[in-house]
Design a protein around this ligand. Structure first.
Ligand code: HEM
Length: 399
């Protein structure tokens, strides 16, 4: 436990943290990569360039300081971050490196305020938080290692199928090279993959949602080819689309992630945009397999028909279970007569009466702006936050 004295000192540094803002974590990352360049093989350097990761880390540090007397308020964030860390195979030793650069960053940015007492308090507070992560991550590693078909760290997989799902999304079915089983996962979770793309000086780790319910022998991920030239987005996704073919191999970490379908009797509404449909595919398949009496509504938005992934696969599952779906095309190419096909952005007011707004569970995945707009619409219909579950691809953002 932290002493009262240390807690008071941490609280007294909150204004300092707030005035530094994400510049603090930017400085931290620059410092860490300069001194420990080997970590560039772990971190997503594209997220570094975009600055989103610095903001996510800053928000976590600031939230820690603000909730230092009520750490229970952080438990959902700790769980999300611990899952993310395990998909990079972060080890206990890494925490010493991060802690060292965090303390040195505070010293460099606020030399006068960073008295020996402040240094001692922040060192203790960091070690305390680091231990919470180390313990939870070790627990997750052990669970996955001991499960049937499980493992720890990386395992070599072979691509056994490569299928185009739409203009920009391609699925890869992966089987372990050793021919063994693979552990089950919760639909909604993601896989960490590790590759060395041509054109990159580093090993690259990325997370992709599993887009198929567990099979016991293989995993399917579905990857959107990122086209933005800004911040070199798409280094890995373009490499996978271009060079990862049937027979290619890659290293894979066990499935992870705190966003997943939680079985309940309540009706379920799955809401996605673009490649956010991937975890929804796994959820639809799993619910269809497990519980045919479950009521599911699937709402999906995408640019146009060409970018609409899994059209037939989704229609088959929905028809087999008698579930409803609605689709929104932002810029449709054709005219659609069907009442469940809409033009423009997702607008729930048109279908409000068919939604279980009073007791349904809502699962969202898509770009942050899309999810913010949907959450605002759901809240206007009195859906409580506790019934809204969401996943952000890339560094976390609060909706
Ligand atoms: C107490 C210490 C730490 C805190 C508070 C922390 C916090 C965070 C947060 C808030 C995220 C973003 C999570 C999300 O997007 O959902 C994150 C991601 C990440 N963390 Fe940590 N972390 C800590 C320690 C470490 C350590 C020791 C390492 C390994 C050197 C590490 C490596 C990473 C990586 C690779 C990511 C993903 C980055 C990306 O997507 O670019 N973290 N961490």
């Amino acid at each position: 436990m932290l002493s009262n004295q240390h807690i008071e000192i941490i609280k007294s540094t909150i204004p300092l943290l707030e005035s530094a803002g994400p510049a603090l974590t930017q400085h931290f990352y620059q410092r860490m990569f300069a001194h420990n360049p080997e970590l560039k093989d772990i971190f997503n350097m594209t997220h570094q360039k975009s600055g989103r990761q610095s903001v996510a880390l800053f928000e976590a540090v600031a939230a820690y300081a603000k909730n230092i007397e009520n750490l229970a308020a952080l438990s959902a964030a700790v769980e999300r971050i611990a899952h993310k860390h395990t998909s990079f195979h972060i080890k206990a030793d890494h925490y010493q490196i991060v802690g060292h650069h965090l303390i040195e960053t505070l010293r460099e940015l606020a030399p006068e305020a960073f008295t020996p007492a402040v240094e001692e308090a922040w060192t203790e507070a960091y070690l305390f938080l680091a231990q919470i992560f180390i313990d939870r991550e070790e627990e997750l590693y052990q669970l996955r290692e001991k499960a049937l078909g499980g493992w720890r760290g990386t395992r070599r997989f072979v691509v056994v199928e490569k299928t185009s799902e739409s203009k920009l999304v391609t699925s890869f079915v992966l089987e372990p090279e050793d021919g063994g089983k693979v552990l089950d996962f919760q639909p909604g979770q993601y896989l960490g993959i590790q590759v060395s793309p041509t054109g990159s000086d580093n090993v690259e780790i990325r997370q992709y949602s599993l887009s198929q319910a567990p099979t016991g022998t293989s995993y399917r991920i579905s990857v959107k080819k990122e086209q933005s030239s800004e911040h070199a987005d798409g280094l890995v996704s373009n490499y996978l689309h271009r060079e990862l073919n049937v027979g290619s191999t890659l290293d894979v970490m066990p499935p992870a992630g705190d966003f997943f379908y939680q079985p309940s009797d309540a009706p379920v509404v799955l809401i996605s945009a673009g490649v956010g449909c991937t975890p929804m595919q796994a959820m639809l398949q799993q619910i269809g397999k497990q519980d045919s009496s479950q009521q599911v509504t699937y709402l999906h938005a995408c640019e146009n028909e060409l970018q609409h992934s899994f059209v037939d696969e989704t229609a088959t599952i929905l028809a087999a279970n008698g579930w409803q779906q609605h689709t929104w095309y932002r810029e449709p190419q054709d005219k659609h007569e069907a009442t469940n096909c809409h033009n423009g952005m997702m607008d729930l007011s048109a279908i409000k009466d068919s939604l279980p707004v009073h007791f349904g569970e809502f699962y969202l995945c898509g770009p942050v702006g899309f999810m913010q707009a949907v959450v605002a619409q759901l809240e206007a219909m009195d859906v409580e936050r506790s019934r809204i579950h969401y996943e952000v691809f890339g560094p976390h953002a609060n909706l």
